[in-house]
Design a protein around this ligand. Structure first.
Ligand code: SF4
Ligand code: SF4
Length: 294
């Protein structure tokens, strides 16, 4: 079983459209939407939730106040550097703001009335769903929560267990944009990162950063240029960069409205029109991915 992460240094490169096409073409893949902060793979492969995973995703702690014990001394308010504790005007006791609380426990230490305790924090939920291309692991991070890297690791673990138990050939991950914690959680342990690059100055700059990250984590890298004909000279610069850095170029996709049109119909570009230029390039790119993993 091989794991392939489709990533990009920035959003809007067509990464999710590429991922969805690869999931379809793989024929035997668990799909994973690792962009838990702003997921959109579901728009293309329409998961029907088979089951919400039994336990909500827990990460860190939340402070809660037992008002029957609170003596309104106010000692806890200044020790909270996150300004998560305030007076409750209704009874002059204190209350905590769960969006601000970081679960550090400082308030618990100063409260001699034992009125504050830390409880496990639910930061999101993860799901296993069925799609027309097979199983999908995905998640929803609660608003304001920042543990997306851990949530990515959790759904990847679920995907891996399913792939192993059902003898599935590939796990295909739709990675988040950027180079932050959820991207690192997406890359760790993958066999290949396909970096989707658009020929713009910022696109190249961000792609170089994410390629450096892949190298740091010793993940193999392949490059795929999307909308290469929008700026042929920058596309040529990407090709030269890839050759210089020994990065396999698995394809160049011409600008094609089909990405937008297929998304409107909730289809992959290959499903929408397999004879389109974009679909032909995607099929060739997937064949190249398989070759590079052989
Ligand atoms: S330190 Fe304890 S008793 Fe004092 S205000 Fe805070 S919660 Fe209430
Ligand atoms: S646990 Fe830390 S962050 Fe949360 S309310 Fe207490 S002092 Fe503030």
């Amino acid at each position: 079983m091989k794991q392939i992460a489709v990533i990009s240094g920035k959003g809007g490169t067509g990464k999710t459209s590429v991922t969805a096409a690869f999931i379809q073409l793989a024929k035997s893949a668990v799909a994973v939407d690792c962009d838990v902060d702003a997921s959109n793979l579901h728009l293309l492969i329409s998961p029907i939730t088979a089951r919400k995973l039994p336990a909500p995703f827990i990460s860190g702690y939340d402070a809660i106040v037992d008002k029957t014990r609170c003596i309104s001394c106010g000692k806890c308010i200044p020790v909270c550097v996150f300004e998560a504790i305030s007076r409750d005007d209704t009874d002059n006791k204190v209350k905590t703001n769960h969006l601000l609380c970081e679960g550090c426990g400082a308030c618990v230490t100063v409260c001699h009335a034992n009125a504050i305790k830390l409880i496990n924090k639910q930061v999101g939920e993860s799901y296993i769903s069925n799609t027309r291309f097979g199983v999908m692991a995905h998640a929803r991070l609660n608003a304001g929560e920042g543990s997306s890297g851990k949530l990515v690791s959790e759904i990847r673990k679920q995907a891996s267990e399913i792939a192993k138990s059902e003898g599935i050939d590939f796990i295909i991950l739709d990675g988040p944009p950027g180079t932050g914690c959820p991207v690192i959680a997406t890359l760790t342990g993958t066999d290949l990162a396909v970096v989707v690059i658009e020929p713009s100055v910022s696109g190249i700059h961000d792609a170089k950063r994410v390629i450096a990250l892949c190298r740091h984590f010793k993940v193999g890298v392949a490059a795929l240029i999307n909308k290469y004909d929008v700026n042929p000279s920058l596309s040529e610069a990407i090709e030269k960069f890839a050759a210089r850095e020994n990065i396999r170029l698995i394809g160049k996709i011409a600008y094609d409205r089909i990405f937008v049109e297929s998304m409107k119909k909730r289809m992959t570009a290959v499903e929408f029109d397999k004879n389109s230029k974009a679909a032909i390039s995607l099929v060739a790119a997937w064949e190249d991915v398989k070759k590079s993993l052989a």
